[in-house]
Ligand binder design. Structure first.
Ligand code: UGA
Length: 442
């Protein structure tokens, strides 16, 4: 089986590299020629643990290659995956322009294709998009009918940034939504070849269910995190309470499970904020009230404000105070700052007149592109906290975990630490400096 990938974003690149690493011939196309050049030289355009090594091996082994011509990638393969971005606006409206162009280019290429090519939509799209927009564009451009001249299905992706290679290799399940009956067969063959005996459970359904599963999945996970963050806020007001212990206790109930129960300053990223707003927009159009979705977003918006209040309760007014922020990536293991809580927190601190200094082990370049010169940039965690009046732990990077109470006491002007990700043991930190943590009652 030969595969083509259209769109070398997160999902496209990881999927391509994983297929190629298992010997499946994979050809990638993207409109960004710089990206294609990098990938062809084995350089990953994004930071993702384990990705570059696999990419280099796959390029060297000749299993992964790139092309700047969409028609070429389509012609030389059995199926094409659309993995372009679907950004959302403030209102949650999903911008499908990249999906439209990809569908048009694939459709054009299919004019001269005499086998029944399979097109797979992996990008996150609102329900109805694949069977509506994508199908009609491909039919118009190719002059062929879906189900006769080509096949079409939806195959949502559930990989997490920072764990993307692992997730792509070890998914919990595969979801395939058919547009034309039987279109899942060829994709299933690919996955059988790829996973072998480790093929995960497969759910084959219709296209709208598959599209909805992706949105609902992200909503459920975000709801869990907002729920535990809400519990954390309650814990903070109750002497002796600790959300870490409460989360452990509820996670032991098999109906709840232990994952995605880490309380913190809130969730971010390029997916949850966009997908929750996308679902909200869809619900508005459908005339359906979504109070749980609204509350999930509201709790999240309040988390960084609550952290600032915690700092103010220790330090008083923040005006003129030097505040250090450790961690800018929306989570560890990535250099992505899209939708990151760090950016929201920095905004709140600047609004209050604080002087902000930031540090992240890998996301400095991306953060600079957003924060410009509104903050100072440190070269290390130690330099960041030096002479500051208050420090926020915003991303739970391993390297921050090795900081000891005496590092904060020695380096900070005023050793006030807000542990926004619960990376320190309160027993070690309390009493040595003013240690406040999310979900820890005083
Ligand atoms: C998320 C989903 O987990 C993936 O399944 C999905 O494929 C992806 O979105 C997508 O739609 O493409 P991702 O955004 O990479 O993946 O990150 P997550 O690991 O899900 O974390 C999301 C946010 O929640 C992060 O800010 C993280 O710090 C926060 N989080 C997560 C918590 O605060 N507590 C937790 O217990 C878990």
């Amino acid at each position: 089986m030969k595969v083509s990938i259209v769109g070398l974003g997160y999902v496209g690149l990881v999927t391509a590299v994983c297929f190629a690493s298992k010997g499946i011939e994979t050809v990638c196309y993207d409109v960004d020629e710089d990206k294609l050049k990098k990938v062809s030289r084995g350089i990953a355009p994004i930071y993702e643990p384990g990705l570059e090594e696999l990419l280099t091996q796959s390029v060297r082994g000749g299993k992964l290659r790139v092309s700047s011509r969409c028609s070429e990638v389509v012609h030389n393969t059995d199926l094409t995956m659309i993995t372009v971005g679907t950004p959302g606006d403030q209102d949650g409206r999903v911008d499908l322009s990249q999906v439209k162009s990809a569908a048009a280019e694939i459709g054009e290429a299919l004019v001269r294709d005499n086998k029944k090519h399979l097109v797979v939509v992996k990008s996150t799209v609102p329900p109805g998009t694949t069977a509506g927009l994508v199908r009609s564009i491909i039919e118009d451009e190719s002059g062929k009918t879906c189900g006769v001249g080509f096949s079409l299905c939806v195959n949502p992706e559930f990989l997490r940034e920072g764990n993307a290679v692992y997730d792509a290799m070890n998914p919990d399940r595969i979801v395939i939504g058919e547009v034309d009956e039987g279109s899942s067969a060829k994709l299933l063959m690919l996955y059988e070849e790829f996973y072998g005996e480790r093929l995960p459970p497969v759910l084959i359904t219709n296209h709208v269910n598959a599209e909805l599963i992706k949105y609902a999945n992200n909503l459920f996970l975000a709801m869990r995190v907002s729920a535990i963050n809400m519990i954390a806020n309650i814990c903070q007001r109750i002497p002796g309470a600790d959300v870490e212990v409460v989360a452990k206790g509820i996670g032991m109930d098999h109906r709840i499970g232990p994952h995605f129960l880490r309380a913190g300053l809130g969730w971010g990223g390029s997916c949850w904020p966009k997908d929750l707003m996308g679902l909200k927009h869809l619900s508005r159009e459908l005339g359906v009230d979504v109070p749980l979705l609204d509350a999930t977003i509201e709790v999240n918006e309040n988390q960084p404000r609550m952290a600032v209040r915690l700092a103010e309760s220790e330090l008083g007014e923040l005006r003129g105070k030097r505040v250090s922020v450790l961690g800018l990536a929306f989570k560890p293991g990535t250099d992505d700052v899209r939708g990151a809580i760090s950016i929201k927190l920095v905004g709140l601190l600047l609004e209050r007149g604080a002087e902000v200094v930031v540090y992240d082990p890998v996301a400095m370049r991306n953060a600079r592109a957003v924060l410009h010169d509104s903050v100072s940039y440190a070269d290390s965690a130690q330099e960041c906290i030096k002479d500051s009046d208050c420090c926020f732990i915003v991303t739970e990077w391993e390297e921050f975990k090795s900081l000891k109470p005496q590092d904060f006491v020695k380096l900070m002007r005023n050793p006030i630490l807000i542990d926004g990700r619960r990376i320190y043991d309160p027993r070690e930190f309390m009493g040595k400096l003013r240690y406040k943590a999310i979900g820890l009652g005083t």
